[in-house]
Design a protein around this ligand. Structure first.
Ligand SMILES: CC(C)(COP(=O)(O)OP(=O)(O)OC[C@H]1O[C@@H](n2cnc3c(N)ncnc32)[C@H](O)[C@@H]1OP(=O)(O)O)[C@@H](O)C(=O)NCCC(=O)NCCS
Length: 152
């Protein structure tokens, strides 16, 4: 890569780029309005130069959180970007007091399943027929997050 990417909080100015990556990544994409709604949650984007390369959205409920969406633009895949997004999100969630993080993944999504496995997630359940277009089961994955060391 020419210059290094950076991870930052999303703003409304990122939403059309994010929605474009979403449409290229999923058969059943979120709407722009859904992304706008989640600006109130943990919503990270990866930026390089002027361009958005990927995003991650998570929402927190007390000591638990759920990763709701992750995608990387096709041209920037397999460069560690999703892994870096997960690391950044897990660090922020840990700092906010979250102890356990959940997510759902399509049974057939081998790339995402491998990504999450490498990031320490393990299967804790299955939701039958959870996804539409095409209809498919979801695996529910989870991992514990450690609290960051607090200064003495
Ligand atoms: C899944 C996705 C987010 C991965 O993004 P990425 O930036 O390419 O992932 P990374 O480069 O950080 O990969 C981290 C690890 O995940 C695994 N992985 C990622 N893509 C993979 C693929 N196509 N095949 C197999 N393993 C893959 C690998 O173990 C990889 O580590 P390695 O490259 O050292 O082997 C991306 O493929 C994507 O946007 N897919 C469409 C949207 C989607 O499915 N999102 C997840 C919904 S649950």
């Amino acid at each position: 890569m020419a210059d290094r990417y950076r991870i930052r909080a999303a703003t409304s100015a990122d939403l059309s780029a994010v929605a474009g990556i979403e449409r290229a990544s999923f058969d059943d994409p979120w709407s722009l309005a859904s992304f706008r709604h989640h600006l109130a949650d943990l919503f990270l984007v990866v930026e390089q130069g002027e361009g958005v390369l990927g995003y991650l959205i998570a929402c927190r409920l007390g000591p638990e959180a759920e990763i709701l969406n992750v995608a990387v633009t096709t041209a920037a895949r397999r460069r560690g970007i999703a892994h870096a997004l997960l690391d950044a999100a897990l660090a922020q969630l840990a700092g906010a007091g979250v102890r356990r993080v959940f997510l759902e993944v399509r049974l057939s999504n081998a790339a995402a399943r491998r990504l999450y496995e490498r990031a320490g997630f393990a299967e804790v359940g299955r939701r039958r027929g959870y996804y539409h277009r095409p209809r498919e089961d979801a695996l529910v994955l989870a991992r514990a997050v450690d609290h960051p060391a607090r200064p003495a």
